[in-house]
Design a protein around this ligand. Structure first.
Ligand code: SF4
Ligand code: SF4
Length: 139
């Protein structure tokens, strides 16, 4: 996770901690008001409590063009994305998803379809064989 994103999230959340206008909007604000200092893990946890409704952004009196330039949903979304990329396993795939998400998703879908088609083909071939070998009940 980039320290720049964490530092920017801390800056914005400290302003919210002093303001408290959005306290009842969602779980983010009570969680951040319980803290006096923020570790990286605190910021990641708070970022994952946000569901990006943007209610606080439209209510905030400190968004652009105010000099505080607050965009709480924006910075929390950036932290979330970076934390998922950092914590996903295997890490190489996480980076690949970030840069070639559509191609990778299409490959996975095609691989699953091929697997299901193969299983179905094997199943019907096995079903025919067992029918051919089955004893007749009619004598
Ligand atoms: S988003 Fe703006 S209005 Fe809401 S708590 Fe933070 S500083 Fe206050
Ligand atoms: S955008 Fe996120 S932080 Fe802001 S009110 Fe909605 S859920 Fe809460």
């Amino acid at each position: 996770m980039s320290s720049e994103s964490i530092a920017e999230a801390v800056r914005q959340l400290q302003i919210c901690d002093a303001c408290r206008y959005c306290e009842g909007y969602c779980a983010v604000f009570p969680a951040l008001h319980r803290k006096r200092a923020f570790a990286d893990g605190d910021i990641t946890q708070i970022a994952n409590l946000c569901h990006n409704c943007r209610g606080c952004y439209y209510a905030c009196q400190f968004t652009e063009p105010h000099e505080f330039d607050l965009n709480v949903p924006g910075i929390l979304a950036r932290v979330r994305q970076e934390s998922w990329q950092d914590l996903a396993a295997p890490s190489g795939l996480a980076r690949l998803f970030h840069s070639h998400g559509t191609a990778l998703a299409a490959t996975v879908v095609i691989a699953f379809a091929a697997m299901i088609w193969t299983a179905k083909a094997i199943g019907s071939a096995g079903g025919c064989a067992s029918k051919q070998g089955a004893p007749s009940l009619g004598g």
